[in-house]
Design a protein around this ligand. Structure first.
Ligand code: SDX
Length: 429
């Protein structure tokens, strides 16, 4: 492919930089030689115009509201696939054959137990500790138990660590939830599907048999699919940067969990439901919309807006459908938070401010209503996001480790601090 170039004149010199084309999406200007040529850095806080890597895993077209995983549109995957099938797709690059799927399911199922000694970690936490704080600690501790899959230079160990993380996150998440509510841990059941097993570990109790509702298990599985991967978002970039130093995959995923916790990112599902509950009734919506538009008010509509989507988040549409499915199955007719959400969305989508700034509901806007209906407390919402996103994080980590071009990530800066100056003894200050 004839490559084009971009010219930059700086400091009286003109240099050319290669322009590279992707399969779809914006071209990139390779500026790796910029500092050597000009002695200057680029400046792009928040990386709004910066591609940090080359990837084949996920593509988002923010203007079209499009999300592809290895080329497959998210609505088709959510409709026809199951979560472990999407895990296989993200990790291996293609949809599995029947025998590949059966083998993958078997491998994941038989890694769902955690080392029995890990249960002792939980007793060190207060019962009212936020489950995300527990997840940061316990997932990071996995690297203390699975030394036989921390050599990142070994492809077999990379895959074993990937399977272990996908398989054990539901178990650890369920343990965090059980510890939080003071109930005993429930072991994984190999005869259950991935999502059914998770619901069983969360909601079964030793006193009676717990039958998983298949409609709710399917909804849970679809929610995991919608959260699986999303290009180079903040937490995925955190995992890639941690992994670029050679840190083991368990430590990298723990770093991703920490980043995801923020309310501007994965913490938005918890914040969005808390916001809907705070608004409480439809008549109070205008007051909050006014606050969201007020430059002097830090309040933002949680679950609205997105760095990339300047059109409707395709996941939010599917999430909204799933919300109605779950509420219908549970016979929840009038959920006040759903009434507020639907009216808030209607108002925001017709309001000049939101239209001009291209603010649409994102995946976090409806997910909280569904998760609350499924029986989870708001403090567990981001844990469920982390559970699902683990496959995206680990697939991106694996791609980074296997990329011959990869090197340790080390951004530079614009320094505006004090110029060099001499030490002043305290007696003279
Ligand atoms: C996720 O990156 C990913 O892919 C993330 C994610 C994934 O799957 O990994 O999709 C998951 O994190 C979804 C986003 C969840 N966060 C929220 O719902 C929190 C509320 N949203 C905002 O904080 C915000 O929209 C962000 C953080 C999501 C995006 O922020 P940007 O891209 O940095 O945009 P910005 O802050 O520069 O906002 C642009 C303008 C600003 O106004 P001006 O300064 O130009 O006048 O839009 C305004 C903002 O004030 N704005 C909002 C708003 N979001 C942006 N105003 C009111 N309410 C909001 N929610």
């Amino acid at each position: 492919m004839v490559e084009s170039t971009a010219k930059l004149e700086f400091g009286g010199k003109e240099n050319e930089y290669k322009v590279r084309k992707g399969t779809v999406g914006p071209d990139v200007i390779d500026i790796a030689a910029l500092y050597k040529n000009t002695g200057a850095f680029t400046y792009d806080p928040g990386f709004t115009s910066t591609a940090s890597c080359e990837s084949k895993i996920t593509f988002i077209d923010g203007d079209e509201g499009m999300l592809l995983h290895r080329g497959y549109p998210i609505d088709q995957l959510a409709e026809h696939g199951d979560f472990l099938e999407i895990c296989y797709l993200l990790l291996y690059g293609d949809l599995p054959t029947k025998s590949q799927k059966d083998d993958f399911d078997h491998r994941v199922t038989h890694h769902t137990m955690v080392h029995e000694q890990m249960s002792r970690f939980f007793t060190g936490f207060r019962r009212d500790a936020h489950p995300m704080a527990v997840m940061c600690g316990v997932v990071g501790a996995l690297s203390a138990f699975y030394h036989d899959s921390t050599d990142i230079s070994d492809p077999h160990q990379r895959m074993v660590a990937s399977i272990r993380l996908i398989a054990k996150m539901p178990t650890i998440a369920a343990m965090a939830y059980k510890y939080h509510i003071g109930q005993p841990f429930v072991y994984p059941r190999n005869e259950l599907s991935f999502a059914a097993n998770f619901l069983h570990m969360c909601f079964a109790v030793p006193c009676e048999e717990y039958k998983v509702n298949p409609v709710l298990a399917r909804a849970m599985d679809r929610i995991f699919i919608l959260h699986a991967d999303h290009e180079q978002n903040a937490s995925t970039s955190t995992v890639r940067l941690a992994g670029s130093s050679g840190a083991n995959p368990f430590a990298c995923i723990a770093a991703g969990i920490a980043c995801l916790w923020g309310p501007a990112h994965g913490g938005a599902n918890e914040a969005a439901l808390n916001m809907l509950s705070e608004i409480g009734t439809v008549d109070r919506i205008p007051e909050y919309v006014a606050r969201a538009k007020d430059k002097n008010d830090p309040f933002r509509l949680m679950g609205f807006g997105h760095r990339v989507y300047k059109n409707y988040d395709p996941r939010a549409k599917i999430m909204q459908r799933t919300t109605h499915e779950v509420l219908g199955e549970l016979g929840i007719k009038d959920d006040p938070t759903l009434d507020v959400a639907i009216e808030l969305e209607r108002i925001a989508l017709t309001d000049e401010y939101f239209i001009e700034k291209k603010l649409y509901p994102n995946i976090d806007f409806y997910s909280g209503i569904t998760l609350k209906a499924l029986g989870f407390p708001t403090t567990m919402f981001t844990v469920l996001f982390a559970l699902a996103r683990t496959v995206g994080w680990i697939a991106q980590w694996k791609e980074m480790v296997e990329d011959p071009q990869q090197k340790i990530g080390r951004p530079r800066q614009l320094y505006t601090g004090s110029p060099e100056r001499d030490y002043v003894p305290i007696a003279k200050r």
